[in-house]
Write a protein that binds this ligand. Structure first.
Ligand code: NAD
Length: 256
C-alpha cells in the first residue's frame, strides 16, 4: 500500500490538470449503499426504467413512493474523507473538475463549486418537469404526494415531474456529456474512484483520457475490467487511500 500511495502522490505532483471520475463507491463510506452490496436499497427496490415511468401513472406513483420511502439515506448523508480530499485538491488548484455518476450531491456539499461538478446521471435531491424543465424542491412534492399519494404534475405545463436523475433508458444529458468530454480531453491525470466502470456511456471516459495521453489511476475496492489500461491501480477503501494521501504531508487536510 505504501508504494502505491507514494506513486499516487508522485502522479498528482506531476499533474497540472487532474480530473476525478466518481461512482457509487465514493459514497458508501457516507452510508449510501452502492448497487452491489447485498441488502442495499437497490436490491430491495428495482430501479424503475424511464419507459415504465413514462408509461403509467401507477409507475410514477411507485417511483415517488420509493423516493420518499428511501430519501432519508441520502438526505442524512455527509461527505466522507474521500469527498473532502477531492475538495482539498480542488482548493489547491490541482483538481479541475469532478465527473460523477452519483446522484447524491455530496461533491457539492464537500465544497466543490456546482459548476465544477459534472453530474452525468443527474441529481436526486430535487425534481424537474420533464417537459418544461421547471424545477421543484422535494418539500413541494412531498406536500402533494405524502397525504394520499397524489402523483405530482407540473403546475406550469401539466408535464410529468421526476427526480432530476437520469434513469436507465433515459437520454444522457447533452451538455454534461459535452463538458465531461472536454474535461477528459484537457486533463493530464484522470483518477477513477469507486466505480465498477461497467455503466456506459459514463464508463467510456477513463479510456478516452488514457488514449488522449493522460495518466490513468483507478482506485476501487474490487478489480475492474479497465484495470489493465491503468498506470496505477489501488484496491482499497477510498476513505483510507485518500485519507492516507493527505495525512501528514504538505497536502495535509488540517482543519478542513
Ligand atoms: P457500482 O455500484 O457499479 O460500483 C461501485 C464500485 O465501488 C464497486 O466496484 C465497489 O467495489 C466499489 N466500492 C464500494 N465502496 C467502496 C469504497 N468505500 N472504497 C472503494 N471502492 C468501493 O457503481 P457505479 O460504477 O457508480 O455505477 C452504478 C450506477 O448506480 C451509477 O450510474 C450511479 O448513478 C448509480 N448509483 C448512485 C449512487 C449515489 O449517488 N451515491 C449510489 C448507488 C448507485
Amino acid at each position: 500500500h505504501a508504494d502505491n500511495l507514494a506513486r499516487l502522490r508522485e502522479l498528482i505532483a506531476q499533474s497540472s490538470r487532474m480530473v476525478a471520475f466518481t461512482g457509487a463507491g465514493i459514497s458508501t463510506e457516507s452510508g449510501i449503499p452502492d448497487f452491489r452490496s447485498p441488502g442495499g436499497l437497490w436490491t430491495k427496490y428495482r430501479p424503475i426504467e424511464f419507459q415504465d415511468f413514462m408509461a403509467s401513472e401507477e409507475m410514477r406513483r411507485e417511483s415517488w413512493h420509493i423516493k420518499f420511502a428511501t430519501e432519508k439515506v441520502i438526505a442524512d448523508a455527509k461527505p466522507n474523507k474521500g469527498h473532502l480530499a477531492l475538495a482539498h485538491l480542488y482548493r489547491q488548484g490541482k483538481l479541475s473538475s469532478v465527473i460523477t455518476q452519483n446522484i447524491d450531491g455530496l461533491h457539492q456539499v464537500s465544497g466543490i463549486p456546482d459548476d465544477r461538478v459534472i453530474e452525468l446521471h443527474g441529481n436526486t435531491t430535487y425534481a424537474l418537469c420533464l417537459d418544461c424543465h421547471q424545477r421543484y424542491e422535494l418539500d413541494q412534492i412531498r406536500a402533494i404526494f405524502l397525504p394520499d399519494e397524489t402523483v405530482p404534475h407540473c403546475d406550469r405545463c401539466g408535464g410529468f415531474i421526476k427526480t432530476a436523475t437520469i434513469s436507465f433508458g433515459q437520454a444522457m444529458p447533452v451538455e454534461e456529456m459535452r463538458r465531461a468530454e472536454e474535461e477528459t480531453l484537457a486533463c493530464d491525470l484522470f483518477v477513477a474512484l469507486g466505480s465498477s466502470l461497467v455503466v456506459f456511456p459514463a464508463a467510456g471516459f477513463p479510456l478516452m483520457a488514457k488514449q488522449n495521453g493522460a495518466r490513468l489511476v483507478i482506485i476501487n475496492r474490487d478489480a475492474t475490467k479497465q484495470d489493465p489500461y491503468a498506470d496505477l491501480v489501488i484496491n482499497g477503501s477510498i476513505g483510507e487511500v485518500l485519507g492516507g494521501l493527505l495525512d501528514g504531508d504538505e497536502l495535509s487536510m488540517g482543519r478542513d
